[in-house]
Design a protein. Structure first.
Length: 569
């Protein structure tokens, strides 16, 4: 049994454009994705194979046995191009292995030129520290290529030799290594032969299973092997880099260039690879949706991991995340003609959902802004807002709020979190406004929010908005947002505010929205007496709070983007 270190890593792709966050589980077993051994020497295995390949099959597909007790090693030696490496090991090596087949105990070291390197047949790779990228490749392709791979590499024999150890255990002096993608071939073979042992006798069933396997293997080798071998190399390499105790820092570009050079490939190959993977995803998704074969869920999940790593690699070649997503997105005219799944549907980054949620819902809350801020500008404003780090919690709260209130399940046994999201949105609206102020003023944000509104007219030279900001920060008006009297209607003091006599409807509306936002912010900072009402998603108060925060942010953002545009002229 192999035990591997697992670690969850927060991966950032450092680029000038937005960086979408992802958390990837790293596992040491991925070191071996190009060379998963099957323990071909083990004559008495009760599984269809053993070694690292069995561990991979068990974890990802829960497959440990094949129909009729078929053994993988028999399939391998009966066909062509069925593994990545096949070695014949010295019988003498096994005879000196006292406690065979127990690994790591009582193996006699040998200085024999014939057997000294045979011990590397079941390689254990450890985290390393190195400044040489070559050291993160699999040793069979580097330091062990001559002493192990070239020395023991062999053609498949017509029949496997079986020897007997001094302890009475039988063994076969061979080992076979498969790339991880061979698991897909086994998986598809098993799916195509589902329940075969219930309706075919052993002779016919084994023949049918083998024929299915060889046909699928030939197809995969011919059409997919180059793609998946590149992915195996990249996944293994990046896992070793990320799990290494390494003081060296390699850029994504350096890693990408090195691996592409090593496998003699180009960015065009990677782009073709992505199209191919998305075609496979579409095929498997269709099979899952149109049949009762639920096992495809596991295959699709593993394929998603492959697609993610290829996405990451393409970003390291110089493409932006947005460019990669858009390249494999459907156009409006040919949606039904596509043979492949959309990348954004496979890698469902929340950032993409945040953007679509903002564009979808904001117009419903901001109809009163149509003349001042056309809906076509919402995308521009969203891109501007997401440039501020403080906006991330805001948009998460906005997205989660709509996800929860649009939940259509008939029975919900969870507490409402409307108020949680409103609290987050109101507090973060203030912080985003502070960041906007700092960005256009090139000054640190004052501690007092009122001082920010007093200072905005200095940088946003617009008489209409300046009048609103000056009035909202008027001392008498500002005090009315404090809720010192715990009014039943938290916005009741709005009617007592001193506003401009000749104000336009636009100015009146924005004053009202900013006043309500500041009052909401003060409520969440100091009070709780309206919490029950605010936690009701159909309550008008909750909507007023959300709309005031949103429209205040839209209004100030629109003005700030105008300032930026003016300065560029």
């Amino acid at each position: 049994m192999d035990f591997y270190l697992r670690m969850e890593a927060i991966i950032h792709l450092t680029r000038d454009d937005v960086c979408m966050l992802r958390k990837i589980t790293l596992i040491e077993s991925d070191y071996y994705l190009s060379y998963l051994n099957i323990n071909a020497h083990n004559y008495s295995s009760s599984n269809f194979c053993d070694g690292k390949f069995l561990s991979f099959m068990k974890e990802n597909f829960n497959i440990t046995k094949l129909p009729y007790g078929i053994k993988l090693v028999d399939l391998i030696i009966s066909g062509a191009k069925t593994d990545e490496l096949f070695v014949k090991l010295p019988v003498e090596y096994f005879n000196k292995w006292k406690n065979y087949p127990v690994l790591g105990f009582n193996e006699e070291d040998s200085n024999s030129e014939t057997t000294s390197n045979a011990k590397f047949f079941n390689l254990k790779m450890l985290p390393i520290e190195s400044s040489n990228l070559n050291d993160f490749l699999h040793p069979y392709d580097t330091v062990l290529k001559t002493p192990f791979l070239n020395r023991y590499k062999s053609e498949h024999p017509f029949a496997l030799e079986v020897k007997e150890h001094a302890n009475g255990r039988k063994f076969r002096p061979y080992e076979s290594y498969l790339a991880y993608w061979r698991s897909y071939v086994i998986f598809e073979t098993v799916q195509n032969c589902k329940f075969i042992d219930r309706y075919l006798d052993s002779e016919r069933g084994i023949a049918f299973f083998k024929k299915t396997f060889f046909c699928l293997n030939e197809f995969w080798v011919k059409n997919y092997s180059d793609t998946f071998n590149r992915i195996a190399l990249y996944k293994s390499f990046m896992t070793r880099i990320r799990l290494a105790n390494n003081t060296e820092c390699f850029t994504g570009g350096e890693i990408s260039e090195f691996i592409l050079s090593h496998c003699k490939s180009s960015i065009l190959d990677l782009q073709s690879d992505m199209t191919l993977l998305l075609k496979i995803h579409s095929t498997w998704k269709r099979k899952y949706n149109t049949s009762t074969i639920t096992s495809y869920v596991q295959a699709i999940e593993l394929l998603k991991k492959d697609i993610y790593y290829l996405f990451e690699w393409l970003c390291y070649t110089g493409m932006s995340e947005t460019e990669v997503i858009e390249k494999w997105s459907y156009s409006e005219n040919d949606r039904e003609m596509r043979e492949w799944s959309e990348l954004k549907g496979v890698l469902d980054f929340e950032e993409l959902k945040f953007s679509s949620s903002f564009i979808k819902y904001v117009p419903h809350y901001s109809k009163s802004l149509e003349h001042q801020i056309p809906s076509c500008r919402y995308t521009q404003i969203y891109d501007y807002l997401k440039s501020f780090g403080s906006f991330s919690p805001w948009i998460r709260g906005f997205y989660d709020l709509h996800k929860s209130i649009n939940n259509k399940t008939h029975i919900q046994l969870i507490q409402s979190r409307v108020i949680d999201n409103l609290l987050l949105i109101s507090i973060r609206t203030e912080i985003v406004i502070r960041e906007i102020f700092s960005s256009i003023s090139n000054e640190p944000s004052p501690d007092d929010l009122r001082t920010i509104f007093l200072g905005l007219p200095k940088f946003i030279q617009d008489d209409i908005s300046a009048s609103v900001f000056n009035r909202i920060s008027d001392n008498a008006n500002w005090k009315l947002t404090k809720l010192n009297e715990r009014s039943e209607d938290i916005f009741s003091k709005l009617s007592s505010c001193n506003t401009g006599k000749n104000w336009s409807n636009e100015q009146k509306y924005f004053f009202e929205q900013i006043f309500k936002f500041i009052t909401s912010r003060n409520y969440f900072a100091h009070h709780y007496y309206k919490d029950e009402e605010l936690n009701d998603q159909v309550n008008s108060l909750a909507r007023d709070v959300l709309v005031s925060c949103l429209n205040s942010l839209l209004y100030i953002s629109a003005l700030a983007t105008q300032v930026i545009a003016w300065r560029k002229k």
